[in-house]
Design a protein around this ligand. Sequence first.
Ligand SMILES: Nc1nc2c(ncn2[C@@H]2O[C@H](COP(=O)(O)OP(=O)(O)OP(=O)(O)O)[C@@H](O)[C@H]2O)c(=O)[nH]1
Ligand SMILES: [Mg+2]
Length: 363
Amino acid sequence: MKNNLFKTDKKIEKAFLVGVAINKIHHSFDDELEELASLCHTAGLEVVGQTYQNIKEETPATLLGSGKVEEIKNFVEQLSANVVVVDCELTGSQINNISEIVGVKVIDRSILILDIFAGRATSNEGRLQVKLAQFKYTLPRISSASRGSDKFGSGGVGMRGPGETKLETDKRTIRDNICKLEAEILKLRNQRKVQKSERKKNQLKQVAIVGYTNAGKSTLMNTITKAGIFADDLLFATLDTTSRVLWLGDSKRVLLVDTVGFINKLPHSFIQAFNATLEETADADLLVHVVDISDKNYMEKSQVVNDVLKQIHADNIPMIVVYNKIDKLTKPFEVPKDAILISAKNNAGIEKLKSEIDKKLFN
Ligand SMILES: Nc1nc2c(ncn2[C@@H]2O[C@H](COP(=O)(O)OP(=O)(O)OP(=O)(O)O)[C@@H](O)[C@H]2O)c(=O)[nH]1
Ligand SMILES: [Mg+2]
C-alpha cells in the first residue's frame, strides 16, 4: 500500500474554540481551552476567540444547545473565523449540523490531534499507524463527512487523510484499507518481536520514558544519552519511538526508549491504531515517568498518564517518577518523598536519575 499521508493546505486558518463539559459542577474551562489553543498552535491554526458550554442536557443533533450554536455563529462572523474547533469527540452528523448553522468547517479534538500526528509521523510504522487511526476515525463518519468536505473544500486542518477521497470511497474500501494497514502493522510488530528476543538474548533491559506531551521526555533523552532528538515547545513533537543505549557505568547498559506523549481525552482510534507503539511501553522493564513540575496542572496530567498506562496494561511495571523543569519553579515546592528532581534542559539531577535506574534494574 502506498504510504504517503495526505497533505494539508498551508494557508493559516483562523480558529474559534469551543470548550465542552457535560454536567460538571463548578467546572473551569481555562486550562482545557489553553491546551486546545496549544494543540491549534501546533497544528498551525491561529486562535481568534473562544467560548464554552457546560451542557446540562445533550442536544443529539449538535451536542451543544441551539443558543450556544447561534452564539458561535455570531462570533465566527464577527471574528472572520474559518474553522470551529470543538474540544470533544463529535459524531459525523453533529459536525455536519453545526457546520450548517455556523457556516464554516467544524473539527473536533480527535481530528485535530490526528492531524498533528499526520504532520509528525516520519517512520514507516508511525505513518501506517496514523493512517489507520484516520481511517478508524472516518469509518463511522463517512457519509456525513463527505458532505462537509464538499462544502468547505478539502484543504486545511482536519481535512488531511482519508477525508479527501471520501466522495469516491465507500465504507467497504475503508474497511479493506483498515485490514491492509493492520496486516502491515502486524508484520512490523512481528519483526519487533524478533528484535525483542534478540534484546532478551543480549540481556539488554528496556527503560521507557513516558509522560504527558511537552513534559520534556525528548529533552531528557537527549541530555542523558546526548541523542539529538527533535524536542520543541510543541505538543506531540515526538511521534515515533526512538531508542538509544544508555551507559550506567561498570559496563552496564540499558536501552532507553523515548515515546509519544499522552494527552487528556486521547482519541479512541489513536489508542487502537497505536497499540503496537504503545505495546513497546508495556514491554519495558522500567518506566521513567517525566512530570513537568512547573505546570500547575501537573497532578491531573500525571493522572492522565497513569490512566493511559492502565489502558495499555503497563501499570504494573516498576516506575520512577521524575519531576522535570525545576529551573522554572519560582515558588518553594513541597518535595514528594523520594522524588527525583531534574532539569533536563540544564543537566541537573541527571546523575541521580541514572543511579536510580541502576538501582531499580540491577540491585
Ligand atoms: N525550562 C525548561 N524547559 C524544558 C526542560 N525540559 C524540557 N523543556 C522544554 O519543554 C519543551 C518540550 O520538551 P520536549 O522534550 O520536546 O517534550 P516531550 O515530552 O518530548 O514532548 P512531546 O514529544 O511533544 O510529547 C521544549 O521547549 C523543551 O526545551 C527543563 O528542564 N527546563
Ligand atoms: Mg518528545
